[in-house]
Design a binder for this molecule. Structure first.
Ligand code: GDP
Ligand code: ZN
Length: 332
């Protein structure tokens, strides 16, 4: 065998699912058992080419070279060891400000968020949904909306209440799926949307995020925070981990986060986070139109003509207010 072939047979591709203290747990793609490898990173990456303080983060796709040893992770599990010899380019990364200057990347290659809203207990609130959607948009993430606890509604109520929500949000590009963690309604559909992607559950306390996680994959216990902290917060990035889904893909877990605020609105270009406003903006008479009071505003015209839903415009106006007052998009 040529040295080249040896090199090839010893390396594999995987995803970093946990990172702490310079050690990375990597879920190797072609390991049928999916026992994570405990990996260090080759010195080359520590200095130089990449952001030197964070050569690799949870969610990164990496190439791992097997080493013959085993080691213990932070939870006392004995794992095969390996060496990360390559970090693949990130498709996406969520970063937050660290001390105002440097950005700290919290998770790489997240595809989408699943925004969980209950129809009852707590009552559905479209304004809150709009805030979560802006959060997704401002991070360039796809968004799926679960309308959970459908089992609490009578059949007729269900249609009456879900149809207008679906009719409003689906044309904007968001999949809306009525679900129940009790009866498993909508669960197969959610599973197919999660397959082979990295997703995060997002939503207020009590809407059913943990229950849905358990319905999506029996035995999966997520410590999802009430609102996932992807913008800003007190926890450290080492708290973030990925759970592998048996059918393919990962769910982000953010243990121990109970109350957090998300993203300051300051830097967010709000109209760009509303798909129905995005392209219309160019038609406003003034370049710097805020769409609140200026004459010749294409967005307000669209609202008057019923092309933009009044509730969505209302959410925009409320969020503009927050932006002016430097309040975060979502605060518990
Ligand atoms: P989380 O705070 O978003 O993680 O919400 P939990 O999963 O802890 O659920 C909050 C409460 O709602 C619990 O009492 C659950 O049993 C209940 N719950 C969650 N999903 C459903 C559902 O689909 N139907 C009904 N009836 N109750 C649900
Ligand atoms: Zn305008």
């Amino acid at each position: 065998m040529s040295p080249d072939a040896v090199e090839k047979s010893e390396t594999s591709i995987g995803t970093i699912i946990r990172a702490a203290g310079g050690l990375y747990e990597v879920d190797v793609l072609d390991d049928p058992e999916h026992v994570p490898r405990l990996c260090q990173i080759r010195g080359l990456f520590k200095k130089g080419r990449r952001d030197s303080t964070q050569p690799a983060v949870v969610g990164d796709l990496v190439r791992v070279q097997d080493t013959p040893s085993t080691g213990e992770n932070a939870r006392g599990e004995r794992l095969k060891e390996g060496l990360i010899i390559e970090v693949m380019p990130r498709r996406t990364q969520l970063a937050r400000d660290r001390h105002g200057k440097t950005k700290q990347i919290t998770v790489a290659n997240l595809h989408q968020v699943v925004i969980v809203m209950a129809l009852r207990e707590p009552e559905f609130n479209s304004h809150r949904l709009d805030r979560f959607l802006v959060l997704a948009e401002s991070n360039d993430l796809e968004a799926i909306v679960c309308l959970n606890k459908v089992d609490l509604l009578k059949k007729r109520e269900l249609k009456q209440e879900t149809k207008p929500i679906i009719d409003l949000y689906e044309p904007l590009g968001y999949k809306v799926i009525p679900t129940s963690a009790e009866t498993d309604d909508g669960i197969p559909e959610i599973q197919s949307l999660l397959k082979d992607k990295t997703s995060a559950l997002l939503g207020s306390s009590g809407v059913g995020k943990s229950s849905l996680a358990g319905a999506i994959q029996p035995g999966l216990h997520l410590w999802v925070g009430d609102v996932m902290d992807i913008g800003k917060g007190r926890h450290t990035t080492t708290d973030i981990s990925l759970h592998r889904l048996k059918f393919g893909g990962y769910i982000v877990d953010t243990p121990g986060i109970k109350t957090v605020s998300l993203l300051e609105t300051r830097d967010v270009n709000l109209p760009q986070c509303f798909p129905e406003m995005r392209d219309l903006e160019n038609d406003c008479r003034f370049n710097d139109c805020t769409h609140e009071h200026e004459p010749g505003c294409a967005i307000r015209t669209a609202v008057d003509e019923g092309k933009i839903a009044a509730s969505r415009f209302d959410s925009y106006v409320k969020m503009r207010e927050d932006q002016k007052n430097q309040r975060p998009i979502y605060e518990k």
